[in-house]
Write a new protein. Structure first.
Length: 57
């Protein structure tokens, strides 16, 4: 289960990307979550996925 609060979600996702996954696609596939859902929630707080950095910035 992923956090519902956008700021907590940001922290959770970036930690997972940094420590466990090589890409957002790999994270979403493994956790069985929709990439569009994550991107939409985090864009609401002005964070967007940077593929080169492999994190939301």
């Amino acid at each position: 289960m992923i956090p519902k609060d956008p700021v907590m979600l940001l922290s959770f996702i970036n930690l997972k990307l940094r420590d466990y996954y090589s890409s957002l696609e790999a994270l979403c596939d493994d956790l069985d979550i929709e990439r569009t859902e994550i991107e939409a929630k985090l864009s609401n707080i002005d964070y967007h996925y940077d593929k080169e950095k492999n994190q939301f910035v």
